[in-house]
Design a protein around this ligand. Sequence first.
Ligand SMILES: [Fe+2]
Length: 253
Amino acid sequence: MKTGAMALAGAAAVTRVDAQAPAAAAPAPTGPFTLGALPYAPAALEPHIDAQTMTIHHDRHHKAYVDNLNKALVGAPELQKKTIEELIGGITFLPAEIQKAVQNNGGGHWNHTLFWGLMAAPGAGVGGEGEGTALGAAIVKAFGSFAKFKEKFSDAAMKRFGSGWAWLVVQEDGGLAVVSTGNQDNPLMQGVVPNADRGKPVLALDVWEHAYYLKYQNKRADYVAAWFNVVNWTAANALYEAAVAPPVKKGGK
Ligand SMILES: [Fe+2]
């Protein structure tokens, strides 16, 4: 009797949901932000990062950040005109009701776009220690040796409890620092991350489980060690040189 009553109640609930469900859902916005293609084939980073992880990470996780960022901006046409850097750099100036959505999803979009570009298939300019680049030299100068930098960066990646990122940033004084942020926060986020952790990222490592769990399961340390084999030092060095370049004077000759 009890079971029958529950079944009836369940049927009624299903009927109500069905009656409400269709048609009303608005189509998801397709902009202003879009998901760019991976700059290489999903299998390009193997054996260090596997194709299935790359495909799911890009096509589902990154896509969700883009979709949810666009949804958050539906009622804010003025904000739709801003760049992603303007949005995430000025989180605290956004309307309170969308701040968290932009922080999480705008951060997710920017972080992943950077992450893909800072990796490449093992080969020229990839892996190693950034030899022959201004960034490689700056790392040795700042940390004493590449090994000491690698230890510090790996430590930051390992000690990030839960989900987040490890970064190498150029700080306001031009110096390099290893920092870590939680969730999809990043060092550009003024008023969100401590000032001591702010700067312009030149290396980025995603330590969310979705970035490594299929291949490495709970062995984050193995993933971090493997990631060093696919670091795109050419791209990282370009970011470094842009970050330390003197600002262009406006109106001067
Ligand atoms: Fe990720």
